[in-house]
Design a protein around this ligand. Sequence first.
Ligand SMILES: *[C@@H]1O[C@H](CO)[C@@H](O)[C@H](O)[C@H]1NC(C)=O
Ligand SMILES: *[C@@H]1O[C@H](CO)[C@@H](O)[C@H](O)[C@H]1NC(C)=O
Ligand SMILES: *[C@@H]1O[C@H](CO)[C@@H](O)[C@H](O)[C@H]1NC(C)=O
Ligand SMILES: [Zn+2]
Length: 729
Amino acid sequence: MTTFPEYIAQNEERDGVRFSWNVWPSSRLEATRMVVPVAALFTPLKERTDLPPIQYEPVLCSRATCRAVLNPLCQVDYRAKLWACNFCYQRNQFPPSYAGISEVNQPAELLPLFSTIEYVVQRGPQMPLVFLYVVDTCMEDEDLQALKESLQMSLSLLPPTALVGLITFGRMVQVHELGCEGISKSYVFRGTKDLNAKQLQEMLGLTKPSAAQGRGPGIPHCEFSCRFLQPVQKIDMNLTDLLGELQRDPWPVTQGKRPLRSLGVAMSIAVGLLECTFPNTGARIMTFIGGPATQGPGMVVGDELKTPIRSWHDIEKDNTKFMKKATKHYESLANRASSNGHIIDIYACALDQTGLLEMKCCTNYTGGYMVMADSFNTSLFKQTFQRVFTKDVQGSFKMAFAATLEIKEIGTGGTCQWKVCGLDPSTTLALYFEVVNQHNAPIPQGGRGAIQFVTQYQHSSGQRRIRVTTTARNWADAQTQIQSIAASFDQEAAAILMARLAVYRAETEEGPDVLRWLDRQLIRLVGEHTCRVSATIDPNRKQLIPVFVFSVRSLVFNNSPDESSYYRHHFNRQDLTQALIMIQPVLYAYSFNGPPEPVLLDSSSILPDRILLMDTFFQILIYHGETVAQWRKAGYQDMPEYENFKHLLQAPVDDAQELLHTRFPMPRYIDTEHGGSQARFLLSKVNPSQTHNNMYTWGQESGAPILTDDVSLQVFMDHLKKLAVSSAA
Ligand SMILES: *[C@@H]1O[C@H](CO)[C@@H](O)[C@H](O)[C@H]1NC(C)=O
Ligand SMILES: *[C@@H]1O[C@H](CO)[C@@H](O)[C@H](O)[C@H]1NC(C)=O
Ligand SMILES: *[C@@H]1O[C@H](CO)[C@@H](O)[C@H](O)[C@H]1NC(C)=O
Ligand SMILES: [Zn+2]
C-alpha cells in the first residue's frame, strides 16, 4: 500500500502531473465548496530517459468529436479486436496492423507502464529548424563585444542544417542578406513605420513556399527566402565575420537623449519574414536588446533622458503615454508568431527597464525565453544563453518547437487545444478543471475520472512527435468521504496553482482589487486548511499554505514593472520544485557543529559562527556570520593548522556552483558577510519580525497599500485575522 505522498511522487515521475486534489469531488456543488479548485500542474516534456519514442503513430478513437488516443485505461476485447474509448465509450475496431494482438501480445500503449508514451509521426517532410537573430546595436562597446562573441559561439552549437538569419537595429533596421557572393548586403528599413506582411513580402521579394516544391531535409523552401535564411553549414564562416564586424549604431546621440532604438519595427520584420517563409515550421526569433524601444511602433519611452520610463506609480495613475499602444503592438506580433508556431525569445540586458512589461506577451504566447541581466558581459547572460543550446544524450536540443497541447476529458464533448509553440523539459503549465455533474446526478461511487494530455511538437531532429499522457483519479462524495478527499490534498501543488491564479489576476487587473481577492482566498484557505486538512497533514508542513500565499504577495506586487514581468514569467513556466523555491527560498547552514542542514528562513537562523547559503531561484547568496567573517579576514583559511576552516568556507561555494551550473536562467551569485552591503538580500527574505513591522502600511483607506519585501509574516497573519473577523461581522 503506497501512501499519498508516494503516490503523488510516482505520478509526477512517470507522467509529469500533480493535481491539487487526487480524489475528485463528484458534483459541481461539492467542487464549488472547495477553495482550491481541481487543477493540475503538467510538464508536457518531462524528461524520461526510459521512454524511447515508438516508431508508429497513435491509434485514435473513431468518433469525430473525440479522437482520444488508445491508452492503458481502455477496455479491450482481444477476440473481437475491439477497444472501447474511455472518454466517449465509443467501440472502435483496431487497425489491420494490430491483427496479431492478444492478452500476451499487447502493444506498448496498452501497458500501464506507458501511461505516458511518445510517438514519432511517420508522414510529412522533415522540417528545418530556423533561428533568426534580432540584434540591438545601440549599446556600449563592452556589451556589444560580449554579445557578438556569444552569438558567434552559438553558431557553433547549431545543427549544420539549421537555417539562420540576422536582423540588426538601431535607428534603422537592417535585414542582412547572407547569400550574396563576397559582399555583405542588407536591406534598410526606417524604424518609425510598421510594415505588414504583404509590404514586407514585396520589399524583400519573399514568396511563400509551395507544397509542389520538392525538397529534402533542411533544404530551404524557396530561392528568395534563402537570401535571408541560410543553412549554418553554408554560411557560418561568413556570418561569423559579419557578426565580428558589427558596429555600434552610427547615428549620433546628443547629450541628454537616449539612442533611437527601433525595436518594435525590428521585431515586426522578424515576425513577418518568418510568417512569409516558414509558417508552421519550428523557428526561434532570438531578440537581444540593450535598452528600451524609443521610436516607432512599440516604443515604451521617449528619447529625452529626463523623462523616465513608466513606474508602477505612473501605471496606477494612468499616466503612461506609450504603454497601451506598445503593449498592443507586441501583442499583435505575439499572436501572429504564435499562430505560425514561432517562438520569440527576449534577452534584455540593461541597468534600467527595457519594456519587458509591454513585451511580455511575446514570450508568453510563444513559449519563448525571457532573460534579464544588467549587461551582456555577465556570466548571467553568457551562461544562460549557452544553456539554451543544451543537448540530450542523443545529441538533440532540449527544446521543442511549434508545440500544441490538447486535453481530453470525460463528458466535455470536444476538446481544448492550445498553441504553446516553445517547450522545454521543465516547462510546466497549470490547468484548472470544472466538475460539471449536477448534485442530484453525481458520478457513481467508485468511478474514475480520466484526463488525456496530447502534446504535438516538432522535435529538434526535425521529426514531428506526439506525446500522450493518460491519467485517472477516483471520484468521491465530499460529504461522506471527506477524509479521503482531505488526505488526497497535494499542498505543494495547490499552493503553486493558487499562486498562479493570483499572478493571473494580477496580470489582468492590477491593483488593490487583486490584493483583496488574494486576502479573501487566503482567509478561506487558512480556514479550510485548518478544518479539513489539519488532522491528516504532517504538522511540519501545515503552515506551508499561508507562508506560500504570503510570499506570493511579494512575488506579485514588488519590484519594478519589468522585474515583476520577469519574475512572473518564470514563476508561470518553471516546474513545481523551482516554483516552490521562488516563493519559499531555501536556507542552508554550514558550521563546525555537523554537516550542512536546512534551517528556517528566519532571522533567528543568522548566527555568528555559521555560513548560510540562500537559494531564492533568481539569486544564490552566501552569507558569512560575524565570527566566520572575522576569521576569514584574518586569513585562518590559509594556515595549515586551520584546514578544517578552509573546508568550511569551501563547502557552500561548491554547493552554490552546482546550482549555478544547472539552473536556467543562471542565478545571480552574491558572496557577502555580516555587515556587508549585499547582506540586505538575505535580510529582506528572512522573516524580519523584529525590525520592519512599521513598514507595513496596510489597507489604509487613503490610498493603495504600499507593499515591500520587508513585510513581516506575523503582522500579515494578524492583519488577516482582523480582516476575517470584520468580514464575518
Ligand atoms: C567583460 O568583463 C570582464 C570581467 O568583468 C572584463 O575583463 C572584460 O574586459 C569585459 N569585456 C569587454 C569586452 O569589455
Ligand atoms: C563568403 O565569403 C567569401 C569571401 O568573402 C565569399 O567568397 C563567399 O562567396 C561567401 N559565401 C557565401 C555563401 O556568401
Ligand atoms: C500568459 O498568458 C496566459 C494566457 O494566454 C495567462 O493566463 C498567463 O497569466 C500569462 N502569464 C504571464 C506571466 O503573463
Ligand atoms: Zn472517444
